[in-house]
Design a protein around this ligand. Sequence first.
Ligand code: MLT
Length: 262
Amino acid sequence: MRAKINGIEMDYETSGQGVALLWIHGYPLSRAIWSRQVGELSGDARHIAPDLRGYGQSEAPAGVYAMELLADDMRALLDANNIKQAVVAGLSMGGYVALAFALKFPDRLAGLILSNTRAGADSPEAAKARNDNADRALREGVKPVVEPMLGKLFSAETAGAKPALVEELRRILFSASPNGVAGALRGMAVRPDVTAQLPSITAPTLIITATDDAVIPPAESQKMAAAIKGSTLVEIPDAGHLPNMEQPAAFNKAVRNFIGRI
Ligand code: MLT
């Protein structure tokens, strides 16, 4: 599907029936990372899986993609589909967007899934490195910026044992656009620390992490789980930063149990 969302052409897919479940992908990825969720959980929810601005088939305007702007995009996408409330699921940068959405539009939230993400902001050094990489992506193209991520996103075990999955991830990473990469990097560099606001989240919340996530370690998820009252924390074994792709059965089981309770 394609629609004008918050001023840009956004591409997204919808399928299934039940509670609305909005899937927000991470950086520098696309909705393709959710194929094992949208497919296998089709009987459990009404899925809405967008390509964020700058990614997949969506329009890639120049500029800073602040997490609040991406959250506005998500609210407009729900509006366009006449969805009053959704379970909002975000992975990594998608989790930053899901947190921004939860704090900005609490009345639109039926539940929150925070996978392999964190509530804190970047250190000044990390923010500078992101801005340097944003310049580089615009100057040289996305390859030198996204290629190093291929070795970091999956656990070493996944990378060794599942070459077809690594190839699938490579295709997704290399389909990113320079504006998309630069816009998201600049947006993440200025994102606020929302740790102090976590206790204000009252929607049912599932927090997912994975034992071998080298990008955002499980300790970040444990901190969020301690701050969001009544939240459920699930740690997926034998997976890195993308447990939804690396261990889809365990990931989907956690999501199914959670939405079954909503
Ligand atoms: C992501 O997977 O979305 C990014 O690695 C998150 C980040 O760089 O902070």
